[in-house]
Design a protein around this ligand. Sequence first.
Ligand SMILES: [Ca+2]
Length: 571
Amino acid sequence: MQNGRAIPLFHASMPPNQPPHPLRSSKANQPDNQSKDRTRRRTSHHPPSIRETIRIDSPIPHADSLLPMLSQLQKTVTFLALLGCFSVGSMAGVQADERPNVLLILVDDLKPALGCYGDSIAKTPNIDSLANRGMRFEMAYCNQAVCAPSRFTLMLGSHSTSTGLYGLGSQLRQIIPDAVTMPQHFAKQGGYRTESLGKTFHIGHGNHGDPESFSVPHFKEKVIEYLEPASTDGGQLTREEAYFTNQMLGRIKTLPRGAAYESPDAKDEDYADGRVAAETIQRLQAAKQRQKTEGTPFFIASGFARPHLPFSAPQKYWDLYDPASLPMPTHETLPVDAPKVAGKRGGEISNYKPVPTEPNADFDDELKRNLIHGYYASVSYVDAQIGKVIKELDRLELLDNTIVVLWGDHGFHLGDLGIWTKHTNYEQANRIPILITAPGVTQPGSSTKQLAESVDIFPTLSELAGLPAPSGPQPIDGVSLVPVLKDSSARVRDHAYHAYPKRQLGRSIRTERYRLVEWKAFDGKGDTAYELYDYQTDPNETKNLASDRPEVVQRLTKILAKYPAPAKRKR
Ligand SMILES: [Ca+2]
């Protein structure tokens, strides 16, 4: 990757008396002593062997030697930009004292079922086009495969095993009252105006979001939504609608089940994601104006609900797919020798009709096909809404000074291993899309096999915006991916970590080749069970190899042992 080209030029475009800015300065990627100390403290959760052996500093070894060249380069930089000589997005025309804007796109339950991730079924031209603008992380993982905890890991930069925020109803401000979330950090350290639309923090199951995180009131929208009267037995409050609107939480099972999917002839804006896209467009227009008149950078978190269940999407998105050619699950049993605790039956999916309510009941082929069809239709629906937002960003000429991140909060089982939805430590529930476009830093259409976690986004965006690294008070588990954004072959970590609490807590290490899961009681007492999967020889996780490959288990267990003892479950 030709990362070296952009950095000195942006460095050069900065008046010498300005503080260094990471989008334009390689020097800023070399932490000063104070921030080095902070880095050490905040990454203390990571195995020293990894932290100490991987260089995460700038790929430009002698950035300071470029300083005498600044004046000359300064004169030429605009000219070169006008000639379109840069292979990376240009920041030309942006004043040095301006910080880049951030548009954070959160998509609920989105696995990499996207064209840009090689899914040949998915019709996702807009997300594919976004991927073409920046870097795609091929091996990105959530830290816990369920909505609320996953969003906390993103917004805090902390693993759920570090904070104890494991549940859908976990209350952030009760557990860490003074937590500084990513948008708070941007507002406090960078003077950003921070806004939140749709599903950003999880609302429901007793949770009410986090108003403290944003400069203006949250634009709230529905997650569970129906247009067809038949979907709600004629307009009744259904189970999942009640969960997501904090109603009748103690009596959910007395309510009727809503439909798992519907496909009315409807407009995009008839559902929440169409309205979130329309409102995001309005906010971008206002932000552009504000930037002109007041110089205020924006951090807009725009959260989309689909492809979360129910698969309620306009008919035209269902029509993009031929049901007969959809990929049906081929391996529908738990891996051979997997511990029972690792599996998942019933739960969320059973709260929708016509899904069987018996946890161990098999789904018939028609139901499976409809659910898979609904998932893909929902992905295409959300893709179209995201496309409108990106188009507006382009029209407003904001793309050159706006960092765009697309993130799925966790993956999704579509019948593989006999599992539907999420809530496991397996690949399909934990692998997520992460796309990052950072003007002047990322190469268009680049990709990397760097293992990345949700917790990495907070330190990454902070560094890109020239802000101090996040420092808590919550424990910071993420590392900045900026070296990788500059050079796709750079490495800042050699594994990803994720966890899921069930009767026991399952903590997992995912390397490029393997996944180890350790199942243990929260208090560490009693039996321990291990799962080991080799994705080189068994990509579909058909067999637990823990007893066959003790040397690999031992090696990965040593990494896991260096993480702090897991926090207790709290409400
Ligand atoms: Ca989710």
